[in-house]
Ligand binder design. Sequence first.
Ligand code: RNT
Ligand code: ZN
Length: 418
Amino acid sequence: MSTEKRYELAREIYAELGVDTDAAIARASEIPVSIQCWQGDDLLGFETPDGKLTGGIQATGNYPGKARNIAELRADFEKAMSLIPGKKKLALHAIYLDNQGKKVERNEIAPEHFTSWVQWAKEQKIGLDFNPTFFSHPLSEDGFTLSHNDANIRNYWIEHGKASRKISEYLGKELGQVSVNNLWIPDGFKDTPVNRAKSRQILAESYAEIFSFDTDPKYTRDGMESKVFGIGAESCTIGSHEFYMGCAMKHQKLLTLDTGHFHPTEVVSDKISSVLTYLPGIALHVSRPVRWDSDHVVIFDDELKAIACEILRGGYEDRVFVGLDFFDASINRIACWTIGARSMQKAILWAALEPIAKLHKFEAEGDYTSRLAYLEEEKTYPFAAVWDYYCEKQGVPVRDNWVKSMKEYEQKVLESRK
Ligand code: RNT
Ligand code: ZN
């Protein structure tokens, strides 16, 4: 039976539930998903030919064929995009600058180092997000950047933070949409410190300086990403969740919630509405932590659905910026992008297909029996038929057909990268 036919049947079944599948597809297709460039090359970047990843994060595995330069990364990402439905953005990190082979210091990066990215993004009709890189650098080697005791080192990173805000604004202006500038630092202590307060005070002052000038919210928004621990910084993370809640509140910034940055039984889905009660917005780093902040490829699991449902049930589309953050080097990297982003898009479509008004009504009336009954019954509605139709309409492969296409690219392109 054709995808279209199966969709028509599904549409009828959902209509009985009070759900308009066409409207759900339209709603889902308007929500951009920002895909992290760093999955393409294990977060090494192109600042120097021999980049090393530091900062308490790790890409494990050595699957062949990673992108070795900007041209390869772009080509690989274009391949992935041809397999992923929905609105897409690419999230860049500062170390992915186009420096034309000349080393540029992090405190000297400027829009000019990203003009070729803008040109490319215009051709691809996608937006760009940005991240300053406060790791993988000699001046971050002792584990501290913006909270460093040494004012010279600290100032270097403050200048990097300032530069990133200008670059992000430039990206947003050029592409006519908001570019999220996400600030994450690795700062922390391996062993128990006795003066946590001092480092946090210094960090607060560094942010006051970084945010001392305004940028246009039409084009850029700063996000602040907390974390519970990093490798080599197990005992104290300076930029903890509570620190950034306060900091984002003070400066009216987005809070970035990375799903791998909390204690294992905490869930980000429950945090969204709490944070949005007081803060203007949230940037999400959707990841899949397996026992730790392991950054496994995102899959279509219960928490992913819960996150998407929270966004759509709350009507928070304008206040939540959905981004992905994982880096798995043990399997084909284009497949990582595709599986992770398709899963996120699936979850968004899933959420759009909920009988939201009905569920809200049950809850408001105290009919928790019906609420549970419908939340369970919706799980066996013909979601797959709607998802397949959505993929077909978006011009990307239906079901597992993308795997063949990805494997062909692997043979033709990736295997020659020795
Ligand atoms: C690290 C943070 C951060 C990075 C990216 C590469 O724990 O999650 O977001 O993964 O900036
Ligand atoms: Zn993250």
